[in-house]
Design a protein around this ligand. Structure first.
Ligand SMILES: Nc1ncnc2c1ncn2[C@@H]1O[C@H](COP(=O)(O)OP(=O)(O)O)[C@@H](O)[C@H]1O
Ligand SMILES: [Mg+2]
Length: 602
């Protein structure tokens, strides 16, 4: 066999863009989710479990929008294309990073005194993020860097935008992604030809970027939406900079701003449209879901928020938080998670309560990973947030249609129909109103339920449940087993989430009618530690069920703590991997414990 000689000349001569710059200009492969190897044995047990679980009938999904494939559009050449062929107009040169140089200036302006912390691409070669440290305030700032348009390019962009709005006779959303892009490019080229506008390849590339950003993507916030480090984006009104929550730098101000009221209003209307919903001055509040699963909250005009329209985007997490994450973040002590694990395994009903964004839904999702895989689970939410690997999971979303009337399915109805599907586990995203009574009836008739609720203490949970509009009779409250209260706090200047208390509903005192509760775990803010009361009625219940003694129960808790520690140390934090380990424990505990002991107990 003859080895092919590799020519040394293959590598092209470097152009005016240096290698180093080039590397910075190109998007590195971003690993979206870290998956850890769980091993062949674990994989095999998981596969078997999934096969055995009877696959439930999925809910009928609405018919998809008609999608026009890219090829179909290509087949119909635009008029200018034909003209080009007939009259032999020259083909234009397209932009090339190596040849034409970068579109974005990444060098810091010379007259500023700030320190650059890091610069990274989010949509190379068009958009980059620069984190800087402002020496005056010692605050981090988030800068979006995009191609700069000259005054004439800016004017041309605005003209093109107006002309395109007139020219685009179809809603671009009916196309699949590539189709829409092609359609937009063709329409732009046609306008340029029709108006005999000649553009250099760099100018054209820059203007095209802004047109695509505007018509197909998220406009001004597009680079932020692409940044995997960002958790939420919030805009408090026109004329105020947008703030983001960055995984590494926390809450920071950006250089993105909607100066004009009108621009912000039309952006909000656009976001609503992307969610497939409608927002107007008459109906100025909206909660929606973007196609990638991110959630948005929008307000339009000055009726509700005096400063003007506002929006918040909560970015979708591809893999939800898992129990080992919650331990790693110090949100829960490992003992409390082991406790919750035993509770889920023994079908105890739980409410996760807390304030806005305290992490209720995330914790619910994490704890639900302890549900054995063969169980039938039905979930109901207003907007889709939960993500479970269980093959027998039927997710349901309430449907709100603009305006009252037919077609609307509310939580109450959805819950009643969910019960007809006889789930073993019922998950309700958030209880607010009359649906709570159905939830408690479900508990009383032997279903296990998990849900979240807006309340900051056990007292306020009980108060909200027993009073209008929910009105649960005290006797039904007994069916609830556990309430976990979560909060957002500052520890050492950092924003963190902590479990405030984990409390059991023990029963009702038959003499006084008082509701009896027992606090098992409590967070101590001053030391940022957790206290264990030493007594749990839920565990006593489980001990009675199996006739276990104290020693056996202690060992059961220890085993689960070891498995949790094992996952945390091994970096097994992806939700699918965690579920696999849990199944391995249910099915082949000895094998798993061997692996765990090797790693944890040494
Ligand atoms: N334990 C946690 N530690 C750190 N951040 C968290 C934690 N739980 C949730 N978050 C983050 O907090 C935000 C709100 O979480 P979510 O579960 O939706 O809260 P809630 O349901 O209480 O409104 C999300 O951005 C999420 O990524
Ligand atoms: Mg929530």
């Amino acid at each position: 066999m003859v080895k092919k000689k590799v020519s040394k000349k293959r590598r092209k001569k470097a152009t005016d863009v240096s290698r180093e710059t080039l590397e910075r200009l190109i998007t590195p492969k971003v690993k979206v989710s870290k998956r850890a190897k769980v091993g062949k044995e674990v994989e095999a047990v998981w596969k078997k479990a999934v096969k055995e679980g009877k696959i439930a009938k999925k809910e009928p999904v609405p018919p998809p929008v008609k999608v026009q494939k890219a090829e179909q559009i290509e087949r119909k050449p635009p008029l200018w294309h034909i003209r080009e062929r007939l009259f032999g107009m020259p083909k234009e040169e397209t932009y090339n990073l190596k040849k034409h140089g970068p579109l974005v200036d990444l060098g810091a302006p010379k007259d500023v005194s700030y320190k650059v912390i890091e610069t990274y691409p989010v949509n190379a070669p068009y958009a980059y993020i620069r984190i800087i440290d402002e020496p005056a305030t010692h605050e981090y700032r988030y800068q979006v860097l995009e191609p700069r348009l000259s005054r004439s390019e800016q004017k041309l962009f605005k003209d093109m935008r107006t002309k395109l709005i007139e020219a685009l006779d179809v809603d671009l959303r009916v196309f699949e992604e590539q189709g829409a892009l092609l359609y937009l490019k063709n329409s732009t080229n046609k306008i340029l030809k029709d108006y005999r506008i000649e553009l250099g390849s760099v100018s054209k590339e820059k203007i095209m970027y802004y047109l695509i950003r505007e018509f197909l993507n998220y406009g001004k916030i597009d680079p932020i939406m692409r940044d995997p480090g960002i958790e939420d984006i919030s805009c408090d009104g026109p004329g105020t900079p947008i703030f983001v929550y960055h995984k590494k730098y926390e809450s920071i101000e950006t250089n993105v701003i909607f100066e004009e009221e009108d621009d912000l209003d039309s952006f909000i209307i656009k976001l609503a449209q992307i969610c497939g919903r409608h927002i107007s001055i008459a109906d100025p509040l909206l909660d929606g879901t973007l196609p990638d699963g991110s959630r948005v909250q929008l307000t339009l005009g000055k009726e509700i928020t005096t400063k003007g329209s506002t929006f918040t985007v909560r970015k979708f997490r591809e893999s939800p938080f898992t129990p080992p994450d919650l331990i790693e973040f110090h949100t829960f002590p490992v003992g409390a998670i082991a406790h919750l694990w035993l509770a889920v395994e023994h079908s105890k009903s739980i409410i996760f309560a807390g304030g806005t964004a305290s992490g209720k839904t995330s914790t619910l999702n994490a704890i639900a990973l302890f549900i054995p895989p063969e169980m039938k689970i039905v979930s109901i939410e207003d907007t889709r947030e939960l993500n479970l690997p269980h093959p027998n999971w039927i997710p349901g979303v309430t449907r709100e249609v603009a305006g009252e009337g037919a077609g609307e399915i509310d939580m109450y109805e959805l819950l009643r129909s969910a019960l007809r599907q006889r789930p073993e586990f019922l998950i309700v995203g958030e209880v607010r109103g009359k649906e709570a009574s159905v939830l408690f009836q479900a508990m009383a008739t032997g279903h296990t339920t998990f849900s979240t609720m807006h309340a900051d203490s056990i007292l306020s949970v009980v108060h909200r449940l027993e009073n209008p509009p929910i009105n649960i009779p005290r006797i039904l409250l007994k069916s609830l087993d556990l309430v976990a209260i979560q909060l957002q706090a500052r520890v050492g200047g950092k924003r963190v989430r902590r479990m405030k208390t984990l409390t059991e509903i023990v029963g009702v005192d038959s003499r006084t009618g008082e509701l009896l509760t027992n606090e098992i775990f409590k967070w101590v803010p001053s030391s940022d530690t957790f206290e264990y009361s030493g007594r749990s009625y839920v565990l006593e219940d489980i001990m009675n069920e199996h006739s276990w003694d104290e020693k056996r129960m202690a060992e059961e808790l220890k085993i689960r703590q070891d498995i949790l520690e094992y996952m945390r140390k091994k970096g097994i934090t992806h939700y699918e991997d965690v579920a696999k380990i849990v199944v391995m424990y249910y099915r082949e505990p000895e094998k798993l414990m061997k692996m765990v002991r090797r790693d944890v107990r040494g």
